[in-house]
Design a protein around this ligand. Structure first.
Ligand SMILES: [Mn+2]
Length: 322
């Protein structure tokens, strides 16, 4: 690793992560290292001295990665900025090791980054955080609510959603870095080359999915569920099930190697139950693991437990609504 002594390890798969990397790039020239949960460990291992500062953004650090971050803390300052429900004890262990931890469940990571460096970044950069608030569906977070009042609401909303749809549709390193380049220079997202085509493609894909799901999904009580066809993005499909089927919860699963099934869940807005907590409990009952946000969660369980998982979930929701 040579050159810039600052890196930002950020979630590469969505607009919030890309915006975090853009804000840090703008703040101090941080070099973006985009990660997914599959390669986060390898990305962390690739971070070696000499470096001054390391930022880790929009990534839920699991227990097994704590030691790797503490290793980095041995030669660089480390700041973790995130909004995912943390595994127990992880943030405490990191803070004890001297990592600066900026964490809230209520706002998206980009809004937390902006808020933390608000003075240095200045208010034009706040528009980036505002895009991400829409893109990550955290527009009603306490900081985001105030921030969104500062800018043209519809422009920021539209730009944020262009970013969100395009980031999912064009998951290439080249496009992601191009987005970070543009945003860190305060370009409006719709001016990024090829972004409109990518966003429209994603809208078309979602429209196609909604039509397809209406024909193949199953409704069980307050839940609609479907097995993903090859290549389907299970989180997106779980969310679209709410639209296509009119249920309170959408569940999309995909069978993986090793006898496991990955499950993604989304719930309609406006309910008090916490999807992540229910998912965590029911996944463990089936010998797997899971968790997540209030309205978006995921689990990985043995395939034999799928039927029980759906049944337990449906029962739990039925108790809440009957
Ligand atoms: Mn996020």
């Amino acid at each position: 690793m040579t050159g810039i002594p600052v890196v930002c390890i950020s979630h590469g798969e969505d607009a919030d992560g890309l915006t975090c990397a853009s804000l840090l790039r703008r703040l101090n020239g941080a070099r973006p290292l985009l990660a997914t949960y599959d390669d986060l460990e390898d990305v962390l291992k690739s971070v070696v001295a000499p470096l001054d500062e390391v930022y880790i953004c929009d990534l839920n650090v699991r227990e097994g990665l704590v030691d790797e971050i503490i290793r980095i803390r041995g030669f660089a300052s480390v700041t973790l900025i995130d909004h995912h429900p943390p595994s127990e004890g992880v943030l405490e262990r990191l803070a004890e090791a001297g990592v600066t931890v900026v964490h809230s469940l209520l706002d998206c990571a980009s809004v937390l980054v902006y808020d933390h460096f608000r003075e240095e970044l200045g208010r034009q950069a706040g528009r980036l955080a505002a895009y991400a608030a829409w893109a990550d569906q955290f527009e009603d977070g306490p900081i985001a609510t105030l921030l969104l009042r500062e800018y043209d609401r519809q422009l920021v909303q539209n730009e944020g959603l262009i970013l969100a749809h395009a980031a999912i549709n064009r998951p290439t390193e080249e496009f992601r870095l191009q987005v970070i380049d543009a945003l860190s220079a305060l370009k409006f997202p719709h001016r990024v080359p090829e972004i409109l085509e990518a966003a429209t493609n994603q809208l078309e894909y979602k429209a196609w999915l909604i039509e397809a799901l209406g024909k193949i999904a199953t409704i069980k009580g307050n839940i609609a569920y479907v097995e993903a066809e090859k290549g389907w993005p299970i989180g997106t499909v779980a969310g679209l099930l709410l639209d296509a089927m009119g249920t309170y919860v959408g569940v999309c699963y995909v069978k993986k190697g090793g006898g496991l099934v990955n499950i993604s869940l989304r719930s309609r807005r406006g309910f008090s139950f916490h999807l992540g907590e229910i998912t965590n409990r029911i996944a463990r009952n089936q010998g797997g693991f899971g968790g997540g946000h209030k309205r978006a969660s995921g689990a990985s369980i043995p395939q034999g437990g799928l039927e029980g998982f759906l049944r337990d979930f449906e029962e739990e929701l039925r108790e809440k609504f009957d």
